[in-house]
Ligand binder design. Structure first.
Ligand SMILES: N[C@@H](CCC(=O)N[C@@H](CS)C(=O)NCC(=O)O)C(=O)O
Length: 206
């Protein structure tokens, strides 16, 4: 039987979440690194043209939340990081959506897109993404115990750590002023699966 394969690009915080889960859950999934930018033929795999994508027998799975659920289903016994898809879904989806906002804002800035005309949209979109990120971090900080979901480390903690560590290497901003979040990310960042998936330094593509 063909092994399952996870397609990723270096640096993607969403793919890093899946890669750390594969390592820590000891799953038989081959990880396949793709070059950046992704080839247009990748739209045949995922109509959104994005990684991560998980291919298992007869199935092509995305986006990240769906992959995390599939990987959890592949585990044989419950082990850290824990995942209760029904209970954890809101926090996981909001955390990943915050990652989408950070990535979208970074894309605008890195692409060198400047306003070329009058803003008729009513909001500054980069500022709006920044506010979305700050308010989501406040919301998550207020809900945290020792970890984001009760007293056990979960997939939500891994997702948050992958996104905030990505921001450090790609679009740094102040997030360590929230003590619970800062501790969670600090603890996770020293683990083996995080050490094995550190993104390479950013290189501009021209
Ligand atoms: N919401 C998506 C986000 C995935 C995403 O943004 N992937 C980026 C890498 S971090 C990507 O593949 N970008 C390629 C492109 O836009 O061409 C998910 O949860 O999987």
């Amino acid at each position: 039987m063909e092994p399952a394969q996870l397609f990723y690009v270096d640096g993607s915080p969403f793919a890093r979440l899946c890669r750390t889960l594969i390592i820590d859950w000891n799953l038989p999934v081959e990880t396949v690194k793709l070059d950046w930018p992704l080839d247009p033929s990748f739209f045949d795999e995922n109509p959104l043209g994005q990684v991560p994508v998980l291919k298992t027998v007869g199935e092509t799975i995305f986006p990240t939340s769906q992959i995390a659920e599939q990987l959890w289903a592949m585990t044989t016994d419950a082990q850290a990081p824990y995942f209760d898809p029904l209970f954890d879904r809101q926090v996981l989806l909001v955390t990943l959506a915050m990652g989408d906002a950070l990535v979208a804002s970074n894309q605008i800035v890195r692409s060198g897109l400047q306003p070329t005309g009058e803003n008729q949209y009513g909001i500054d979109i980069v500022e709006r993404h920044a506010l979305r990120v700050q308010r989501t971090l406040d919301w998550l900080e207020a809900r945290c115990g020792t970890w984001m979901m009760n007293e056990s480390v979960s997939v939500c903690d891994y997702a948050l750590a992958c996104i905030l560590l990505w921001s450090d290497s790609r679009c740094p901003f102040e997030w360590r002023n929230r003590p619970k979040i800062a501790r969670i990310v600090e603890v996770l960042s020293t683990g083996d699966s995080f050490a094995q998936t550190v993104p390479s330094p950013w290189k501009p593509t021209t």
